[in-house]
Write a protein that binds this ligand. Structure first.
Ligand SMILES: Cc1ncc(C[n+]2csc(CCOP(=O)(O)OP(=O)(O)O)c2C)c(N)n1
Ligand SMILES: [Mg+2]
Length: 344
């Protein structure tokens, strides 16, 4: 038997989502899942190089949080497991796929690859290869919103920043230093820990003094909440509250989402450390299957509507692959471009 943490109580009836909201959350999660499954296929067919870290299983966290924000205005900061955060933030699937293929049409112009998705247009602050590297960067984005609003008097500068990172990152100094500053300065930021129980092959419980990460917020006088990261509605509810708190100038929140990655750490990982029992426990809690069933039970969607979303997303991803395959490589004459800022 797998010993798992007791999940926090959540009454779905309090969520009261509309049909439109429900379908949007569902579609966003399916987009992440189908995209990542296609990535695995393309990686093993030799279409992309370097490390590729997939997000399968964790979709409810990305969708639940980012769909509670204002697309194209609020900032999102990711890690090396960044494709799905980029998609939820609105970066077109074809641009994310092209980036993975190293093509000039990719969202980072083919210069970044899997771990370095970026989009100024969609306020995606980047994927970051170093563990915890994005945390201070996200605090910088939140600081500039506050500074522009309070010091420069820009009424429109009410953007919130969401900063995603893993359980492993919470043992890193940047986590503690940044949370201290964010709380001190009441920055408009939400820290989202995706606790998937593992940092490559290191089990979370063996690596940290108190495995309940949300409790670490209390030493900074910050609100800390734990949430079932396999339940998109539960994540969405806590995210909405955290976004509202940040936007109202009441400061940051630390959200610990209890989740699981369905694949190995990266596509090069044989995934031999985790037990079959543990994997099966979490597979049975698949956030997408669970939410599809919920939508139907609540009469928010019919089986046909669910199927038509699945089909639409499958087509979109097939198009994304065609786009990536037919796109040009970056031109060698542009080797030195995008290293320094340009004047235009
Ligand atoms: C500063 C730093 N140390 C070590 C590594 C090697 N490394 C890459 S991923 C990883 C595990 C991080 O786990 P976690 O933060 O839980 O994120 P997850 O992979 O589970 O999403 C480590 C140690 C790194 N990339 N950066
Ligand atoms: Mg982890």
């Amino acid at each position: 038997m797998v010993q798992e943490r007791t999940l926090p109580n959540f009454n779905a009836a309090t969520a009261q989502i509309t049909k439109q909201e429900g379908l949007r959350l569902y579609e966003d999660m399916v987009l992440g899942r189908v995209f990542e499954d296609k990535c695995a296929e393309m990686y093993y067919r030799g279409k992309m190089f370097g490390f590729v870290h997939l997000y399968n299983g964790q979709e409810a966290v990305s969708s639940g949080v980012i769909q509670a924000m204002r697309p194209g205005e609020d900032f999102v900061c990711s890690t090396y497991r960044d494709h799905v955060h980029a998609l939820s933030a609105g970066v077109p699937a074809k641009e994310v796929m092209a980036e993975l293929f190293g093509k000039a049409t990719g969202c980072s112009k083919g210069r970044g690859g899997s771990m370095h998705m970026f989009s100024a247009e969609h306020k995606l602050l980047g994927g970051y290869a170093f563990v915890a590297e994005g945390i201070p960067v996200a605090a910088g984005a939140a600081f500039q919103s506050k500074y522009r609003r309070e010091v420069l008097g820009d009424e429109n500068a009410d953007q919130v920043t969401a900063c995603f990172f893993g359980d492993g990152a919470c043992n890193n100094g940047q986590f503690f230093e940044t949370l201290n500053m964010a709380a001190l300065w009441k920055l408009p930021i939400i820290f989202v820990v995706e606790n998937n129980k593992w940092a490559i092959g290191m089990a979370h419980d063996r690596a940290t003094s108190d495995p309940e990460i949300y409790k670490k917020a209390s030493v900074f006088n910050m609100v800390g909440v734990e949430v079932d990261g396999m339940d998109v509605l539960a994540v969405h509810e806590v995210a909405k509250k955290a976004v509202a708190r940040a936007r109202a100038g009441e400061g940051p929140t630390l959200i610990e989402a209890l989740t699981y990655r369905f694949r190995g750490h990266s596509l090069a990982d044989p995934d031999e450390m985790r037990t079959q029992d543990e994997k099966e426990y979490w597979f049975s809690r698949d956030p997408i299957k669970k939410f599809a069933a919920y939508l139907q039970e609540q009469n928010l969607a019919s089986q046909e509507e669910i199927k038509s979303i699945d089909k639409k997303i499958q087509e979109l991803i097939d198009e994304a692959v065609k786009f990536a395959e037919s796109s040009p490589e970056p031109d060698p004459s542009e080797l030195y471009r995008f290293i320094f800022a340009e004047d235009n």
